[in-house]
Structures are given as C-alpha cells and as structure tokens.
Design a protein around this ligand. Structure first.
Ligand code: ARG
Ligand code: ZN
Length: 500
C-alpha cells in the first residue's frame, strides 16, 4: 500500500540537475523528502510551514475541486527551490508575490523554482492555484480520496493531503489552518476546528473552518456532502460539533449513540491526560464504505462500519485519546507510531475498566495469552514496525501490552503522572519513542532500557506477561468508577481495520 520506494537518489539527482541560476550556484533545492526512513519522499527539505490558508470550491456532481492555497513558511536553508507534496493540476505558483516556475516530478512532488533564490531564515508566502478531480489522481497506485454518493472525504494515514492541498506532508511540520470551501447550497463542508462562518450566494454556500493549534498534515480533514450537525458543550466546557451523513441508514442510531458521548469521553480522558488541548471536539460520519476511523484533529473521521453492530464508544475513546497522543504530541517520524496507537488502545482498556467490561490488566493478560510464541503477532516490533506493518494489530495490542508492562514496572503513581505529564511536556510538538523512554525514566526514576527493548523492539514473545502491579489502587480520574470486572466482552470492532 504505502510501500513503493523509488530508486533512492533518482529523484534527488533529478532535482539537483534542475537549472540553478548562476547567481545562486552555491544554493541548491530543498530535498524532495524530509528524511523519514519509512517514506523517503514524504515531506520536503528546506522550509517550515506555519500556516495553510485554503480557499476552495467543490462540485459533488463531478468531484471537481479548485481553489488557492496560501502557505506561510520560513526557509531553513539557502534555497534555489523547494518541493511541495501534491497531486492536483497547478496553474500558477507565486513565491513572495512573484510568479515561480513549477513542474510535477516523482509520484507526488510539485517542484517550485522561484525567480530569485531564497536565503535561509526568510519568511515566504507561497500561493498555489489549482484544480482537478481528486478521485482520478493516484500515487504509487492508490488514492485515499474517497467519493461518497453525495460528495467526498479526505481522511487517511499517512497519506491524505496530496489529493486536496499542497503541503509539506510530514507530521514533523505542523501548522495552523483556515479551510474555506464553497459547495452547492444543500451540501456542507466539514473540516477541523471551529466553524467560523457560513455564507451563501449565487447558489453556493461557503463554510469556513479554523484550526488555531498546530496540526499535522495527515490530521487535516475535509468532508463534503449532506450532513446533519449537532452542537453541544461538555460538562468540562469543551465545545462539541458532530456531523452525520443524512444517508447513514440503519447505522445512524448507533452512530449518534456513540458520537453524542464525545463530551463525556473528552472530560473522562482529561482525567488521565490533562486538559483537552484544542478549542473544539467532535467527529463526523460520512456515508463511506471505508472501514477504519482516523483521529483527524478535533473532528474525528468515523466510518459507518464502526457502528454496524450497535454503539461503539470504544472507538470514540480511541480516536479521542489520539487528540492528546498523536495530535497534540505528534510523531517525530513514522517509526514512532507506538506513541499513537499503543496509547490510544490503552485508553480503550481503561474505558473497558470504567465500563466494568474487564480491567486493563485483564485485557493485557488476555492479549498475551491469545498469541502463542510462534504467532507472527510477536514478530512485529511496535517500537519500529516498519512501513509495511505500521497499522498492524500488534502495533495496537502488543503496543498496549507494553504500556501495561511499563505501568507494572514503575507503579501506578509514576505511571499516571507520566500519562498526564507527557502531553504537557511536548504540547503542540513532536516526540519520538526514545524521547518517551527518557521522560518515563525521569518521571519514575527507573532505568527502562530493558523493558522497552523486551516489549517494543524484540521480534519475539516476552518470556513473562506484564506482571501485575504489586500494590496501588488506581488514582482518581474524574468520573472513573471503581471497576467491577464482570466479563470480557472484547474490543473487536473498534479500530485497526486494515487496508483502504
Ligand atoms: N490512526 C488510525 C487509528 O487507529 C488508523 C488509520 C489506518 N489507516 C488506514 N488506512 N487503515 O485510529
Ligand atoms: Zn489509532
């Protein structure tokens, strides 16, 4: 799926050969990739984006998307040019007001060469005018732009942005967003953050959304279609906006019964992770046939399939946990995926305990016992699973098992201080598994190299299950009932559906 790596250097060599003005002989173009070993061409070198302003128009009948992206960035090196990651058809690029040369290269590179070279540390404004039918565009043989009967949805991981806006597509370059989309009256546009305004003219309604906190590119989402919106405020004061496709059929009741608990769950998770980091919360359920959910920042993407067997608060817990673990604190590199999925799964275990459906320890024991030593489950190392296994079950389940092992090693006091301290330590930033190990050692005063190696990095079943914590009662998380585990009801049908 994501696993197509061009001959290393092919693209880099091509960029280097592009005409460089003689006056800038010492300047070279930014690299076509940001340096992530899992995905060598994702993101780009040489600049750092602070804001994306997207002003778009979309016609659901034809899937035609057009508009302008205005990107505010700063160069991080002397540059003769730079790349953006993008697939649609570009008609004009301007850098600091002046028309720039541009060409498409590789699978998703838009190579931009400004009139004059750019010095390191310069603020730049890049305007890209574009249009296209996203569903007709693919890279590496796939598309993640999902059409629906009434529109389309952009929500996938790690690739989603290429189909709807030009970007520095890597979680290590986070930025704020204004997303403004005009759609035919009767259709709605849903995106991240808060709905700043809605206005209508000439048969088109424009929806303008604002994400005022740094957001990774894959966490930006856009849904276009017929939706019903609900708004509320959580007991803890977090505004909640949910949106439901008007065509959810039999899944609608269960979808609403799940998403309408968003405020309650956000408040409950705040007890473990600290204050909710964003100005708004919520989710949307389009009438798509995709199977997964995604923690798109503040506005979670859910598939109707998540609700085919009735309400599913567990998936809501998973995606909302990502708002802290993944969205507020984002990955430094894609190999750090355990920081997202291990903790989001662990939050589901805490919720199970809260609901009286099995404690975290019971679920850890169950996962450990369910996979014999020769099960390939144990060959995936959640701490560095490789691009082909990034979203495989072990990253989630073995990943959460590792969290339980850590809890048992350092004790509940240190563990819950760590859970809450981490989002504060790296608020709106990026961090790696190595950063987490260091922080956990600091908070607990316990050397953890062996534990991390055993549970996250060794491609084999650890010899002993995560030992039960010797003592300590669970600390108070607001709204946490003392669990009276009754039965294991399973965590199936939550998330971790693979494939597109
Ligand atoms: N981060 C998502 C989740 O677990 C997983 C998305 C996997 N992507 C996919 N195309 N299946 O919440
Ligand atoms: Zn997840």
């Amino acid at each position: 799926m994501h696993r197509r790596i061009l001959a290393p250097g092919a693209l880099a060599a091509a960029s280097l050969l592009l005409a460089v003005p003689a006056s800038a002989a010492s300047r070279s173009p930014g690299a076509p990739g940001i340096g992530d070993p899992y995905y060598p061409y994702y993101g780009n070198g040489g600049y750092d984006v602070s804001h994306y302003d997207l002003r778009l128009q979309y016609q659901p009948r034809t899937d035609a998307l057009e508009g302008t992206a205005t990107i505010s960035a700063r160069t991080t090196q002397d540059l003769s040019g730079f790349d953006l990651d993008f697939l649609l058809d570009v008609s004009e690029v301007r850098v600091n007001g002046a028309r720039a040369a541009f060409t498409a290269s590789g699978e998703h590179e838009l190579v931009v060469t400004p009139k004059a070279p750019l010095a390191a540390g310069t603020p730049i404004t890049v305007v890209v005018r574009y249009s296209g039918v996203p569903s007709t565009k693919s890279a590496y043989g796939f598309t993640t732009w999902h059409r629906t009967p009434d529109g389309a949805v952009a929500a996938d991981e790690p690739e989603a942005a290429w189909w709807w806006f030009p970007s520095n597509d890597h979680p290590s370059d986070k930025a704020t967003y204004d997303v403004s989309v005009a759609v035919p009256d009767g259709t709605r546009a849903i995106s991240n953050g808060t709905l700043q305004s809605t206005s209508s003219k000439l048969g088109w309604t424009r929806y303008t959304w604002r994400q005022n906190k740094p957001q990774a590119t894959y966490l930006a989402t856009l849904a276009l279609g017929r939706f019903d919106l609900t708004t509320s405020t959580s007991e803890g004061g977090v505004p909640v906006v949910n949106a439901y496709s008007e065509d959810l059929g039999d899944d609608e009741g269960a979808a609403r019964a799940s998403l309408e608990r968003t405020g309650e769950i956000v408040d409950w998770l705040s007890g473990y992770f600290g204050p909710y980091p964003f100005a708004s919360a919520g989710g949307y359920v389009p009438n798509t046939t995709t199977g997964y959910a995604l923690e798109t920042q503040t506005r979670v993407f859910y598939s109707p399939k998540q609700f085919a067997n009735g309400s599913n608060t567990s998936v809501v817990v998973h995606e909302l946990a990502h708002q802290w673990y993944g969205d507020d604190v984002s990955l430094k590199g894609w190999k750090d995926i355990w920081l997202n999925e291990g903790f989001a799964r662990y939050a589901q275990w805490l919720w199970s305990e809260h609901e009286g459906e099995g404690t975290a320890q019971e679920l850890a024991d169950y996962v450990y016992a369910s996979h014999p030593a020769d099960d390939p489950f144990w060959t995936v190392a959640p701490g560095d699973p490789g691009p082909d296994h990034q979203f495989d079950t072990p990253v989630y389940d073995r990943g959460a098992l590792a969290v339980q092992a850590l809890r048992n090693e350092i004790g509940d006091d240190a563990f819950f201080a760590l859970l809450k301290g981490w989002p504060k330590e790296h608020a709106y930033g990026n961090a790696s598994v190595a950063d987490f190990q260091r922080y956990a050692e600091q908070v607990s005063g316990t050397p953890l190299a062996a534990l991390f190696d055993t549970w996250l990095f060794r491609p084999s079943k650890p010899a002993a299950p995560a030992a039960r914590a010797a003592s300590v009662a669970q600390p108070a998380a607001p709204g946490t009932a003392v669990a009276q585990p009754r039965s294991w009801k399973g965590i199936e049908a939550t998330n971790g559906v693979h494939g597109r």
